[in-house]
Design a protein around this ligand. Structure first.
Ligand SMILES: [Zn+2]
Length: 636
């Protein structure tokens, strides 16, 4: 691989952009594109869109965004566009879809027509599975992702297009967004003209029940937690949590030493009827959690990594971005081979910051690490799919079914990235006898002068050379060995050299209990090899089975429903008691319903209940606790 300097890489990229732009959009005339979104019917899950695009005569190709930043996948919800009409000078213009690239349509602009009007509806999804294209509206709130409600002249770099957007909300709804506002009148918000890049990067959260919490009172840049909730009471974030999230902002700044946003807005939707995930942006994040996240301790603990992870992305992922993910527009395919940095390092930084800020206690942090390590250490899929391949195939794996997860190996680069970067941090500390750490890498790699958002792309060689500048080592070999490994064991060196080890006991950590309660399942993966649904819906459904486990050997498979345990109708207590009794030699028989066919499976198992924990490794210095210690002065 040829190594380019940062400047040379920019030059190469810009010239290819110009070629693409010149070749592909003959009918577009430079000038601002007006975009008006009417979201007054958001509770009915339908958005009405009108656009005015400056044009010149000739063929005009228009694209609907396909590759969505942060989702790393070609999943722009094209099939949710309906009622598309184009007109010029009051006359309807016929359009045709490209036979191969379905995301691009073309029309011919007649002589003397200076602008075309485009109108369509966006049919917002009702189902919760997926990311921003999944459920995003309820009768009380909505998240608007601009990429879903616009077209753009095909082939144009998104940095070079200017959009003048406006938005109408249901009456009395309030909103939050990082997008600068020019003015408001008659229920319509008029945003300042902005590049298409920053428009797509700045979603809007709106709702009837809305609350803004200032996370850096009196300071610049302004930093807010904007929340919309299906109920008023769900907005009651406790004061001690406000203090912890203020500390999170301070810890992030202390770590990186610079900020790459003009303002920062967490856009937190609290609803059981929207898809749950987080999506990062330069100056905001689209964070979605349970309606009662602030009221229910288990849910709060289960979501305790969400905001810290998405905040860390402002530096790692948005500002510094792998070259293969820094694409010029939304049609150019992304390459995910460095997602173990983009997502894996973010997972690590979020994990560290959540503890440094107090959002998580050290015990919760260690319990979370034990669970992540145990999941990865009980993954037969490690023997056929190296970590690197999970990143390369990520664009499809995000959508993979959850069954046989440990054999398929899905997007493991998140938590295995966490383990890798923990090991890198511990290694730097050991090599430099505590003088340096990964904090120095973050300052060097993600800091810079700070200011408004920009993207600085990087490649693998940039990581290696920055790390070598902090602690000379065979960093290339370090990562390559771990990225290509087919060992059945997870990379646990960071935990072990950090002074801890993973041990299994018969009691579940409070953290794991909260996760199981919030996710409504019974986690027997480390004993029988089973994950069982325990919610209102799908009760007793075997969600997953680990190949080679006692359950799998007895023929239990994902998708079957548990009917009875040792001849008695199943319940959570019955199942857990029976697993516990295996230690005393009691038999374990499961009766399952596999699509109307009943079958009894006898499990050969004597291990009782087993759950992972971290325990101190005798004699080894506790580097993990050093890493997790707060670095910023306490906020008031
Ligand atoms: Zn992420």
């Amino acid at each position: 691989m040829r190594r380019l300097t940062r400047f040379a890489r920019w030059l190469t990229m810009s010239s290819s952009l110009l070629l693409a732009a010149g070749a592909a959009s003959a009918g577009f005339a430079p000038g601002p594109i007006a975009l008006a979104v009417d979201a007054r019917d958001a509770p009915s899950k339908i958005f009405h869109v009108r656009m005015s695009i400056p044009v010149s005569p000739g063929q005009l190709p228009l694209s609907y965004p396909k590759w969505i930043p942060g989702e790393h996948a070609p999943n722009g919800p094209l099939t949710d566009v309906a009622g598309l009409r184009i007109s010029g000078a009051g006359k309807s213009l016929a359009w045709e879809r490209d036979l191969v690239d379905m995301y691009t349509i073309r029309c011919t602009v007649p002589e003397a027509v200076k602008s075309v009007e485009v109108s369509f509806d966006f049919l917002a999804a009702a189902g919760p599975r997926g990311y921003s294209s999944a459920a995003s509206c309820t009768p009380e709130l909505m998240v608007l992702s601009w990429n879903q409600v616009l077209l753009y002249p095909a082939g144009q770099p998104s940095d070079k297009l200017t959009y003048q957007a406006s938005l109408q909300l249901p009456s009395a709804w309030k909103y939050g967004t990082a997008l600068p506002v020019q003015g408001e009148s008659a229920g319509s918000i008029r945003f300042a003209p902005t590049s298409l890049t920053m428009l797509v990067d700045s979603p809007v959260l709106a709702g009837m029940n809305f609350r803004r919490v200032d996370l850096a009172p009196g300071a610049t840049p302004h930093q807010y937690l904007d929340m919309a909730c299906d109920s008023k009471i769900g907005l009651a974030m406790p004061d001690d949590q406000v203090t912890k999230y203020r500390q999170l902002m301070a810890e992030a700044y202390a770590l990186f030493g610079a900020r790459h946003f003009r303002e920062y807005h967490f856009l937190l939707s609290l609803s059981d009827h929207v898809a749950h995930f987080g999506l990062e942006h330069h100056e905001s994040s689209d964070d979605r959690s349970w309606e009662r996240m602030w009221l229910d301790e288990d849910k709060r603990i289960a979501a305790s990594n969400l905001l810290a992870h998405e905040l860390a992305h402002s530096w790692n992922g948005k500002y510094r971005r792998p070259a293969g993910l820094a694409t010029p527009n939304y049609q150019e395919p992304m390459k995910g081979n460095l997602l173990w940095v983009y997502e894996g390092l973010t997972q690590y930084i979020g994990f560290v910051l959540a503890n440094r800020s107090g959002v998580r206690t050290p015990q919760q942090t260690r319990d979370a690490l034990a669970l992540a390590a145990a999941e990865l250490d009980n993954r037969p899929g490690r023997t056929w799919r190296p970590l690197l391949d999970t990143a390369v195939e990520a664009q499809l794996l995000y959508d993979a079914p959850p069954e046989w997860a440990s054999w398929r190996r899905g997007t493991d680069f998140y938590n295995e990235g966490l383990l890798l970067w923990l090991e890198a941090d511990v290694t730097i500390r050991q090599l430099t006898r505590g003088k340096h750490s990964l904090d120095d890498f973050c300052k060097e790699f993600h800091g810079g002068p700070g200011g408004p958002p920009k993207v600085v792309p990087y490649g693998f060689e940039d990581l290696v050379s920055t790390l070598n500048g902090i602690a000379p080592h065979d960093w290339r070999g370090f990562f390559e060995a771990r990225l290509h490994s087919l060992s059945p064991r997870a990379p646990l060196g960071g935990i072990e050299h950090g002074g801890w080890r993973v041990a299994y006991t018969d009691s579940m950590s409070p953290y794991m209990k909260s996760i199981a309660k919030a996710r409504e399942n019974i986690d027997l993966r480390f004993s029988l090899g089973l994950l069982v649904a325990d919610g209102k819906e799908g009760q007793g459904l075997i969600q997953d089975v680990i190949p080679g486990s006692p359950a799998a050997k007895a023929g239990v498979a994902p998708g079957v429903t548990l009917v009875a345990v040792n001849g008695r109708r199943w319940s959570k207590e019955e199942l857990l008691d029976a697993v516990r009794a295996t230690k005393g030699g009691e038999p374990l028989e499961l009766l399952v319903d596999n699509g109307e066919f009943y079958r009894t499976s006898k499990l050969q198992y004597r291990g009782g209940q087993r759950y992972p924990h971290l325990v101190r490794a005798a004699g080894a210095p506790d580097l993990l606790s050093e890493i997790l210690a707060s670095h910023a002065p306490p906020v008031k």
